[in-house]
Design a protein around this ligand. Structure first.
Ligand code: TYD
Length: 403
């Protein structure tokens, strides 16, 4: 069977499989183990348009629903990150007269609350009903839908064209990406901007952070792949801004072609992508062997702790941890439990490998000898908070090491 690229339709073939994977955010009670959903997670690099993508992805309804377990507002630093993001949009990209902002994947309103606070017209498009309800409780205008060209037409008919289209950690989730890009072209005013950020492929390749590859991330973007995907709709990247969030993200700024001169940051990123070799298949084969090496190192370290009679726990039941645990086949025999601050994950089990998820207080109480830090992207915040913890930290990015 030949598969085709989700963006340009060229034939693609996977260069690597991560084996059977469950829904990354599918934390579940024991009663649901027997019915748990798995899919084979394989990744492809399209040589024609350079888009990095999953071969198969579970249906969106399997991942984003009324029990969706991710609430953006749980991290203090992320709340601050989105406040600054919103301020930058307001200062540099919105007209003074009656601006209108649309955000897709607006979650619990962590970004839009900043626009609301300044009385700016806004609309959140959030398909997961439970998180959308939290946003609405905060008074943030939110509809529970998937964004597409049709949705864009409805928004324009009801509210007019948007001055800014925003998305954070959302665009890379959308298999019907072309329809979203078509929707953006439909939605934006002539001078409007689309600004979105997602985990950056260059960082994933350079740091072997393969945990960024999971069911929700159907794509990992580069400047090169984003440029090609938008050019078809008369849109172009005029600026980029690297972010520390999610272990390395990229913010892309897009407008109608020819309206703004591309910034020097665009040229710098182009040069960086050439250096990493993001447009060449060989880079991905090297990545595969780096991932395999990372897996054997991590399993070796965990087994050594176990053999020495030391207790290892996981710190933060992230979506990203699902790929690591299931690819490396790490279960409760190596990790006693994973502590997490999200109430709806506590008392459940990790997807696939079924490690118990416990309340954060358990981590403080039980003094484990080692903690595998799954939320390494929040390490500044976590190390500051855990000064009293005297055990060892195990990290796996950019390579497996103990701190
Ligand atoms: P994040 O890296 O944002 O998630 P994901 O990989 O799912 O996109 O981490 C969010 C998870 O980490 C969430 O379940 C809460 C948990 N967490 C803690 O338990 N303690 C912490 O100090 C932080 C920052 C996160």
């Amino acid at each position: 069977m030949t598969n085709s690229c989700r963006i340009c339709g060229a034939p693609i073939a996977p260069f690597m499989s991560f084996g059977e994977q469950p829904i990354a955010n599918g934390f579940l009670p024991q009663s649901e183990f027997a019915r748990e959903y798995f899919f084979e997670m394989a990744v492809c690099f399209c040589e024609a348009c350079t888009m990095f993508q999953l071969l198969e992805q579970p249906a969106p309804e399997q991942m984003f629903h009324e029990h969706y377990a991710f609430f953006s507002g749980t991290s203090r630093l992320m709340t601050e990150h989105f406040r600054l993001f919103a301020e930058e949009v307001i200062a540099n990209h919105l007209p003074k007269e009656n601006p209108f902002v649309v955000e897709i994947g607006s979650n619990d309103g962590i970004m839009l609350q900043n626009f609301k606070a300044q009385g700016i017209r806004h609309l959140g498009i959030e398909p997961s009903a439970n998180v959308a309800a939290v946003a609405r409780e905060k008074g943030i205008n939110t509809v529970s839908k998937f964004f597409s060209k049709e949705t864009a037409k409805e928004i324009v008919a009801e509210h007019g064209h948007a001055d800014a289209f925003l998305a954070a950690n959302c665009m890379c989730h959308i298999p019907t990406f072309r329809s979203v890009v078509a929707g953006i072209a439909e939605l934006l005013s002539d001078n409007g901007v689309a600004i979105f950020e997602d985990p950056y492929l260059g960082d994933v390749i350079e740091n072997t952070s393969y945990d960024q590859i999971y069911d929700e991330h159907v794509f990992l973007f580069s400047l090169s792949s984003i440029r090609r995907a938008f050019s078809e709709y008369g849109l172009e990247v005029f600026d980029v801004a690297p972010q520390e969030t999610h272990g390395g993200s990229m913010r892309f700024y897009i407008g109608r072609q020819g309206r703004r001169a591309p910034s020097t940051r665009v040229q710098e990123l182009e040069a960086r992508e050439d250096r990493i070799g993001l447009q060449h298949k060989g880079t991905y084969l090297k990545f595969k062997s780096n991932v395999e090496h990372s897996r054997s190192e991590l399993v070796r370290v965990l087994k050594e702790f176990k053999a020495a009679g030391k207790r290892v726990v996981g710190y933060a039941a992230t979506s990203k941890s699902t790929t690591i645990l299931n690819y490396c086949k790490i279960g409760p025999e190596l990790i006693d439990y994973i502590s997490d601050t999200t109430p709806i994950k506590q008392g459940k089990f990790s997807p696939g490998m079924h490690i118990p998820v416990r309340a954060y207080e358990e981590f403080q109480r039980s003094h484990p000898e080692a903690a595998l830090l799954f939320a390494y992207n929040h390490q500044k915040e976590i190390f500051a908070k855990e000064k009293e913890y005297h055990g060892q930290w195990i990290l796996f990015v950019p390579e497996v090491h103990i701190r």
